[in-house]
Design a protein around this ligand. Structure first.
Ligand SMILES: Cc1cc2nc3c(=O)[nH]c(=O)nc-3n(C[C@H](O)[C@H](O)[C@H](O)COP(=O)(O)OP(=O)(O)OC[C@H]3O[C@@H](n4cnc5c(N)ncnc54)[C@H](O)[C@@H]3O)c2cc1C
Length: 219
């Protein structure tokens, strides 16, 4: 439907791994720590299983030397626990490295009886953890539109109208989030960190109300 289109490289690459047999404090929290041009996150994903990801500024296509685990342990040496342990406990052949790309938003998901949803419609960087969430919302809205509208054409038009601006906004914001997290210029990082720290002063009820707009979905 779209032909060959250029992807947009975020300027970042990522490594991911899964560690079994590790218990961590506060198992219901997702954690992400930022350093200059790099970040590390981890989240428990089942009984004693922890998923982790590392992200760094890098040109597209760069590959690891022999042992990604050793390189990552050097890169994150001195970061807080349990980062080093997570890296040390991950079998090196199971570490997956992928460069991070998306595609700038498009404004047409329907062509006759062909319709796009999920990553085909709005591939986004994983920074906000929203790709699959948006795919699920697409599916719910598409099913609802098909049930409500008298014709398929009307249903597809209704689906696109209802979904495109919300899903595309996550493409844009997720890309920007990655750029913000990986600022290369030190004074800009300083300003960013000051601004983020000031968010602590915002009442948590207000934060919940604002974030609910992103994470709640009403049909
Ligand atoms: C590192 C990473 C972390 C992520 N974290 C999150 C997160 O925390 N939260 C979140 O919501 N999202 C996250 N996502 C995004 C999420 O994985 C995707 O947005 C989601 O999988 C998209 O679903 P989809 O069904 O549209 O596409 P896909 O999951 O890509 O499914 C498409 C399927 O179609 C199959 N296929 C392709 N071509 C053909 C063909 N010709 N014939 C038959 N089958 C075909 C493929 O094999 C595939 O199984 C993350 C993505 C990445 C890469």
């Amino acid at each position: 439907m779209r032909g060959d289109e250029a992807l947009r490289h975020s300027g970042q690459t990522s490594w991911r791994g899964l560690v079994a047999g590790l218990e961590i404090d506060e198992p219901h929290r997702v954690r992400e720590s930022w350093g200059p041009g790099t970040r590390f996150g981890f989240v428990p994903v089942g009984v004693n299983h922890v998923y982790w990801f590392a992200v760094a500024n890098a040109p597209a296509g760069e590959r690891d030397e022999a042992d990604p685990c050793r390189e990552l342990r050097v890169r994150f040496a001195g970061w807080h626990p349990p980062i080093d342990q997570l890296l040390a406990d991950t079998p090196r052949e199971q570490i997956i490295r992928t460069d991070i790309f998306d595609r700038p938003p498009i404004n047409c998901w329907v062509d006759g009886r062909t319709v796009l949803l999920g990553d085909a419609a709005h591939p986004m960087t994983p920074n906000m953890g929203m790709g699959a969430c948006q795919a699920i919302e697409d599916a719910v809205v598409l099913a609802d539109a098909l049930a409500r509208e008298p014709s398929v054409d009307a249903a597809l038009a209704r689906y696109q109208t209802r979904r495109i601006s919300r899903a595309n906004s996550f493409v844009t914001r997720s890309f920007r989030f990655g750029q913000l997290a990986h600022l290369r210029i030190a004074p800009l990082r300083w300003l960013r960190d000051r601004a983020l720290r000031s968010f602590r002063l915002v009442p948590s009820r207000l934060v919940s109300r604002v974030t609910a707009r992103d994470f709640e979905f009403q049909l």
